[in-house]
Ligand binder design. Structure first.
Ligand code: NAD
Length: 340
């Protein structure tokens, strides 16, 4: 366990259980150097406890990098609640989790993630104020989509010489909360949409409402396009899939798109510009962090507008150093977090 923590440079790992409600929770606090650790809470079944712990550690690490490059005074954290096969009272389980968060005295602030909802956050809020994305705070997904749209424009500018998306062929993989909102904005900007989702209903909607061209999920990555926007699951870019790509750039919402950082070098070698995922998809985090502090929508929008500028800066460094933007972003984040 300590080897895993050390490898991720994790500050603290908290385990909590409550036999009455069935709660089994792991809270990974990667860093509080820049401020309280902020990051979502997953509620999923895991094959074993170690897999759950690894998930929390990996995600907390990513949240620190995302918060640092978004200029937020927060560190990264993530919670995982191991979903029991059966739960009598979901509200009581999340309230018990709220008491665990309260015991950390503000070192970790939680939010919605896979398997949790704003209603769950409301239950947590009964016990602690260190929670965001409650029903009243609102869903971060539209803000993530806005940030990704800005990121795609910055990517088009760097790779294709203009941030005008009119007529560009943009392939969107995954039309969920973020992907569909992004597709709407791309359509409004005049882009030609190529879309896929495992849910045929989402694809039909995009065809009818946005004039999108449907692509089978297994064919999307190899479909010729200007920009590929992965907005489904992570890990889509690996040595095998990178060879199939027919695009000038990749910029999308999915977390952990690269199977490993070496894949970023392979993209670079193929002349495909990669926009680091945790910079592109930071709009939701910016929203929840600033909303938690009751900042105005104007302040939030102004902070979000920096996503494109930050990317442009990263692309310029990467071009000057002839390195992948993914490596440049990691270096920048590590300098902020560790001062090296
Ligand atoms: P979601 O679950 O609402 O949507 C994901 C969609 O992708 C689903 O419709 C699913 O059917 C589809 N999908 C999954 N695998 C696919 C595949 N191989 N091919 C085609 N479609 C596929 O999730 P979301 O909230 O829209 O988030 C999308 C991604 O963005 C996730 O990786 C998430 O971690 C990341 N992200 C989300 C937010 C946010 O604010 N929601 C913030 C940062 C990052």
């Amino acid at each position: 366990m300590f080897a895993i923590m050390e490898a991720a440079r994790l500050e603290a790992l908290h385990l909590a259980q409550d036999p009455v409600t069935g709660l089994k929770a792991i809270i990974a606090i990667h860093s509080t150097k820049l401020g309280p650790a902020l990051g979502g809470c997953r509620y999923l079944a895991y094959p074993d406890d170690i897999s759950a712990m690894r998930d929390a550690v990996r995600l907390a690490h990513g949240m620190s990098y995302k918060a640092a490059l978004a200029g937020l005074d927060h560190g990264g954290g993530k919670a995982v609640i191991i979903r029991p096969p059966h739960v009598d009272n979901r509200a009581a389980l999340f309230e018990a989790f709220g008491r665990v968060i309260e015991s950390l005295k503000g070192r970790y602030i939680t939010a919605v993630d896979s398997g949790t909802s704003s209603a769950d956050m409301d239950c947590i809020a009964q016990q602690t104020r260190h929670v965001t994305s409650t029903t009243s705070a609102g869903d971060p997904s539209p803000h993530t989509a806005m940030g990704v749209f800005a990121g795609i424009r910055a990517t088009a500018l760097a790779r294709l010489g203009s941030d005008d998306l009119e007529g560009l062929r943009i392939a969107v993989q995954g039309l969920g909360n973020v992907g569909y909102g992004l597709a709407e904005q791309l359509h409004a900007a005049g882009a030609e949409l190529l879309v896929s989702d495992l849910d045929g209903g989402r694809v039909r909607l995009a065809v009818e409402e946005l004039g999108a061209q449907p692509i089978a999920p297994e064919a999307l990555l190899s479909t010729p396009c200007d920009i590929l926007a992965p907005c489904g699951l992570g890990g889509v870019l690996n040595s095998h899939t990178v060879r199939q790509l027919h695009c000038a750039a990749v910029a999308g919402a999915a977390n952990n798109q690269l199977a490993s950082v070496e894949v970023a070098d392979e993209l670079e070698a193929r002349g495909i510009l990669y926009a680091p995922d945790y910079v592109v998809n930071s709009g939701g985090l910016i929203y929840v962090a600033l909303r938690h502090r009751d900042e105005s929508l104007v302040a939030i929008t102004s902070r979000m507008s920096q996503i494109g500028l930050r990317l442009t800066e990263i692309f310029a460094h990467a071009q000057a150093d002839k390195r992948s933007p993914a490596r440049v972003a990691d270096d920048l984040a590590e300098r902020l977090l560790y001062g090296n």
